[in-house]
Design a binder for this molecule. Structure first.
Ligand code: SF4
Length: 349
């Protein structure tokens, strides 16, 4: 593998004092840290929503939704796919440890690796992070023995994650790079590859040279955010919230605070621009001029007008016709004709 990042030496037993991934969080005060184990699962969800990762670690589980039938079916399909892939590996060992006891899992996995077994399912890899008191924990679906040199002798392991998706999404690849990194600290050498066993029998090899720098950034941000004692801001978005077990919890909070993400048309990208202009509340947006918002990337006159009108309607608790004198008369004749054709603004708040 042609790697552009520092590799631990072949003779190293891994987990040395100097991590190959240099983390900005290193300088933070250890006593502020709440998180003790940063698992690949947390890292995966962090990439989709930092609040989800935070709530998974510190939230009140009683407030989680029950899984929907759709989610249960996805889980079952995922399980079936995993078992199908694992059928190809024999003999297959599984470390035994009490559920959630990462230290015991890491010890049991280390024993199997040192013994040189051919394949391990759901082994636990653990190494200290650059942040005092925080251990990095990775649990790849498979660890496969290969020829090479590790701290145990003439064999090494490489990690494989089994995913139901057909495509190697970036968040899958970041987690696969994370497995490779933690494994390198355990066995003293980077694996030659990190794989993703996707739906349809496809095996994707992750480009570690490209992914490890991205992993470093995600890991830095994740460790920094999850050591805060304040939950990241919510943003209700169908694409990422619909399958989240915190949806009811977040939605109640969004409704109570009249969060702008509940306004149709306020996408995550547009919300970033609104925040840059200090328009973070419905009241502030209602006061804004569509003419000032229209030039922002991803807005335009129609969207700007619609967003401001929706905010005004919400503040006044009434629907506002697009052609009302209340609306700022700054649209072009074409845009005004278009707005009249569309009729009244619909509110789904
Ligand atoms: S419901 Fe949405 S905002 Fe809340 S934690 Fe889940 S993904 Fe994040």
């Amino acid at each position: 593998m042609s790697a552009s990042y520092p590799l631990p030496s072949r003779s190293s037993s891994g987990g040395g004092p100097q991590s190959p991934l240099r983390l900005a969080a290193e300088a933070s005060t250890p006593s502020q840290s709440l998180i003790r184990w940063l698992t690949d699962d947390v890292l995966f969800h962090y990439q989709r929503c930092s609040r989800r990762a935070f709530l998974d670690l510190y939230g009140d589980r009683a407030q989680q939704n029950h899984p929907s039938d759709y989610l249960l079916k996805l889980r079952q399909d995922s399980l079936t796919h995993r078992e199908r892939v694992l059928e190809d590996y024999y003999p297959l060992y599984r470390p035994e440890f009490p559920s959630g006891d990462w230290a015991a899992g890491a010890k049991a996995t280390l024993d199997l690796m040192a013994e040189g077994v051919e394949a391990i399912r759901q082994g636990v890899l653990a190494t200290p992070s650059a942040v005092a008191g925080v251990q990095l924990v990775s649990q790849p679906d498979l660890l496969i023995k290969r020829p090479g040199w590790s701290c145990w002798g003439d064999w090494v392991y490489l990690p494989i994650d089994i995913k139901l998706g057909k495509k190697p999404k970036l968040d899958y690849q970041i987690v696969a790079a994370y497995h490779a990194y933690v494994l390198s600290r355990v066995q003293g050498v980077w694996p030659e590859a990190s794989g993703l066993a996707l739906r349809g029998g496809q095996m994707y090899t992750v480009d570690l040279a490209r992914l490890v720098p991205k992993l470093q950034t995600v890991l830095n941000d994740c460790l920094m955010d999850l050591r805060s004692q304040v939950a990241p801001e919510l943003f209700i978005s169908h694409s990422r919230c619909d399958l989240c077990h915190w949806l009811n919890h977040c939605y109640s909070e969004a409704k109570a605070t009249r969060h702008l993400s509940l306004l149709p048309g306020v996408t995550p990208a547009r919300y970033e621009f609104l925040k840059q202009h200090h328009l973070t509340t419905v009241a502030a947006l209602a006061q804004a001029s569509p003419a000032h918002l229209a030039p922002l990337p991803g807005f335009g006159e129609q969207v700007a007008e619609k967003l401001v009108h929706q905010a005004q309607a919400l503040v006044d608790n009434r629907a506002i016709p697009r052609s009302a004198p209340y609306a700022p008369p700054r649209l072009s004749p074409v845009a005004r004709r278009s707005a009249r054709r569309r009729g009244r603004t619909l509110l789904r708040y």
